[in-house]
Design a protein around this ligand. Sequence first.
Ligand SMILES: *Cc1c(COP(=O)(O)O)cnc(C)c1O
Length: 499
Amino acid sequence: MVYESTRGSESGLTFSQVIKKGIAEDGGLFVPSTDVQITEEQLKQMVSMSYQDRAVMVLKQFAEDFSEEDFRDCVEKAYSQERFDTEEIAPVKVLSDSLSVLELWHGPTCAFKDMALQILPHFMTKSMKKTGETENIMILVATSGDTGKAALEGFRDVEGTKVAVYFPLEGVSEVQKRQMITQEGKNVDVVAIKGNFDDAQSGVKNIFADPEMAKALADKGYKFSSANSINWGRLLPQIIYYFSAYADLVKKEQIAFGEKINFVVPTGNFGDILAGYYAKKMGLPVNKLICASNTNNVLFDFLCTGTYNKNREFVKTISPAMDILISSNVERLLYDVTGRNAAKVKAWMEDLKNSGVYTVDKQTFRALQEIFWTAWTNEEEIMETISDTYKGFDYLIDTHTAVAVDVYDKYMISTGDLTKTVIVSTASPFKFNNSVAAAVFGEEKVAGKSEFALLEDLSEGTGWQIPKGLKGLDQKPVLHNTVAEKDEMKSALLGLLVK
Ligand SMILES: *Cc1c(COP(=O)(O)O)cnc(C)c1O
């Protein structure tokens, strides 16, 4: 398997090379150059396999420079009992005859980013060895909450790497902030920025582009890389759980082998649902992929009209991980749906950059409509859905998962489709406990309470256990208290280099 850029000017790269590079030099994203298939026989074998074995089965199709043993080593380190609070890693909970939930939040940070960020560091260190890399890797992350903590947990104490995370001081929840500033590990640094997420992100981009910083890093034997979802190493591990969910449903006798199912995915940067698209292309029996948006419904509009328009107000919602107007991974989708037409993709991405808008051709639009169904959910509907799901199924969901559940209701009303469906659940309800507790107990019961008090309340009131990663968070010692002005990000990073 070799990889190429969606904008056409790089090809023939190995898996190791694309993991290390993260993004192509022409600004495109790396994708496999040929289609990958999982045979019916392989899918059948997966039914009786562990998550780890299913993972190896999928991963080994995507690299020639990684042996099966290499992948097994990565998988065993990443998806271990120490890191995940269930042996199943990504369990499927059956709610009714037709509806199940794929829980992707049993990792150390209680959100689905762990599924990829637990294994990416192991891909990275092996890729460095295989390419004869003599320098260490410095991972820079600007985060609005979930990615930062997942990257810190994933890369902590990973040989040959350091990780620096920048978060907006006022822009993350109390739980998310605590998760980051109490982070342990010899190679990690966390800096709060006096500014918003955009300030943190522009600061990181400036550091990446600064020749002086590159030199300072090189002098210490480091080079930059990225851990966000433009890296193929973030996307590939997500394909596994679509296969795993299918295999589990067969195993639980919820579906017959070969029967098609739907997935509903709460979507932001289009990384999660794109992995579902790849799984379908690889031969997984999928009927519809249902793209669930929140109030920032740029993807809903795109899939309904064929026009992507980011020129709109950015709304802060109670499902903040989906508050995004530029969904980077749509580029990979368009490349594939157009039959790898780099010229088209490049032109659309240039339109997006220059005017904030692009419109795909009719054929591409029709292909998208064939694959996806879409709807969006407002704030009140999210709260109602959390409450209804708890009452109806005795099952707690977070605000992001609620978007998916509500969109599924809309899908059922609109289509009457009885195909068995899996809701992709992206965060533990305890991670966004403020909204969840308000939805379940009523606003008046949460007013004035801290998120840490609400963790306890939610657990006592529902009988659900607080996940290990969030327990006692307010008692943990603060290890990172650097607060930097926007223009102090560089000096903060230089400080980390000599640490
Ligand atoms: C990141 C995230 C999402 C969105 O995932 P994408 O891959 O960006 O579409 C949804 N829910 C939660 C909880 C997340 O952390």
